[in-house]
Write a protein that binds this ligand. Structure first.
Ligand code: SF4
Length: 414
């Protein structure tokens, strides 16, 4: 009798595991739509050589973040000589640049593959005529109304932001803070930064400070050290956070000097922004390894972008790739109605479909929280597919990740 039971259990287990395998195979089949890594790698190497040739740089220059920064591509003729754009494409870029500036680090440009028009890298980096479409607002989160001191944004009870610069390694076309990018690169002045630090010191309820911009790691080492040391010396500041996209757009910035500073002022949480699996390169991994080895905890805040990552298999692959380099997918932001970025917006339904495609289908560690930012600076709203169908006095009706309906006991509070 026991033997029959065991055989039945084994049979059921095999059936179930075949069912699960089918689910995994569907994803692996979809991933084949991504450009092949070996081909991309070859194209990246060729592109890098071309960029060095056009800019007159050396291998040594390539690894130097200051060279990367000063050599950012912001002229359509130079871009054309690297990518091979038509005159019409060049003119379109020039037209948009009369309204919004652009700059791409040589490193990030090297990731553009030969099919550049469809490249998720190219689309995040190079101006598009659609940016001139009307609509949207420059400040949908009313950040200007949540700044009680220079450089400060405060939207929550126990935490706040210090905006230290408007400079970035690249000006992402989907940037949700593009109103801050302006016409020129500008770090906040010392006087304003000191006032922001004073604000933190005087508000004992602030236990968590995010240093961001722009990109906080575009500050000089000296300034970064000053800010982190000051925050570290305030007894009620329990954790410090840094917002930076440099591991994605200019990983050369993660130098031994920066790493030494990070190591000195724990605990530091660093959030970056990988939006596509093709951004998870060896260079990006090395940058993340260095930060983690210095004791930082790394998270990713992706933005859901139409035509770039708004497919379930792309986000799932991205999150899995991030775990491999020890970066925890933290948030996926619904793109806001920022003027000039409307063509990147997706529907909330699509965001929910993507979230539904993650839970259960991959590790919980690979699942970020989907966030819609409330207008008017009212904060983040987490959205999740509905797994709770009904709650009664003695029973809760739930939906599993596969859509099966189950009931569990709802124990009364004794
Ligand atoms: S790095 Fe961040 S702040 Fe800078 S342009 Fe890109 S999205 Fe905007």
């Amino acid at each position: 009798m026991r033997e029959t039971g065991n055989k039945y259990n084994l049979y059921q287990s095999i059936l179930r595991s075949n069912e699960l395998k089918e689910d995994a195979l569907t994803f692996l089949e979809a991933v084949k739509n991504l450009p092949d890594r070996a081909t991309v790698h070859e194209q990246t190497a060729a592109r890098k050589n071309k960029i060095l040739e056009v800019l007159g740089g050396t291998e040594e220059d390539w690894s130097d973040w200051k060279w990367q920064l000063k050599s950012r591509i912001k002229d359509s003729n130079i871009l054309a000589s690297i990518i091979g754009l038509s005159d019409l494409e060049r003119k379109r870029i020039d037209k948009v640049s009369q309204h919004y500036r652009w700059a791409i680090s040589p490193y990030y440009l090297s990731l553009v593959d030969d099919d550049y028009e469809n490249s998720p890298i190219y689309r995040q980096a190079v101006p598009d005529l659609k940016e001139l479409d009307p609509g949207g607002s420059m400040d949908p989160m009313s950040e200007a109304l949540t700044s009680p001191a220079p450089c400060v944004t405060r939207r929550y009870p126990d935490r706040m932001i210090i905006n230290v610069t408007n400079q970035c390694a690249m000006y992402c076309r989907h940037c949700q803070r593009r109103r801050n990018i302006g016409e020129i690169d500008q770090h906040a002045c010392m006087e304003d930064i000191k006032m922001a630090l004073d604000y933190v010191a005087q508000h004992k309820e602030i236990r968590d400070v995010l240093v961001t911009g722009g990109d906080a790691l575009l500050l000089s080492n000296q300034m970064l050290k000053f800010i982190l040391a000051e925050l570290h010396s305030i007894p009620h500041v329990e954790i410090k956070r840094i917002g930076t996209r440099t591991p994605v757009t200019m990983p050369q910035r993660i130098t031994p000097g920066v790493v030494d500073i990070i190591r000195q002022y724990p605990p530091i949480f660093i959030n970056t922004q990988f939006n596509h699996p093709l951004e998870v390169t060896q260079e990006a991994k090395l940058a993340c390894d260095r930060l983690i080895d210095a004791g930082a905890v790394l998270g990713n805040q992706a933005v859901l972008l139409r035509g770039i990552n708004d497919k379930p298999f792309i986000i799932r692959k991205l999150c899995q790739e991030l775990l491999k380099i020890r970066v925890r997918p933290y948030y996926i932001f619904h793109a806001k109605s920022v003027r000039g970025t409307g063509h990147f917006q997706t529907s909330v339904e699509q965001g929910m479909r993507i979230m539904e495609s993650l839970r259960g289908h991959t590790s919980g560690l690979a699942i970020p929280t989907y966030i819609v930012n409330a207008p008017g600076g009212l904060g983040k709203i987490p959205l999740s597919p509905n797994y709770l169908l009904r709650m009664k006095n003695d029973e809760v009706v739930l939906r599993t990740w596969e859509g099966k309906i189950v009931k569990v006991e709802n124990r009364p509070i004794l």
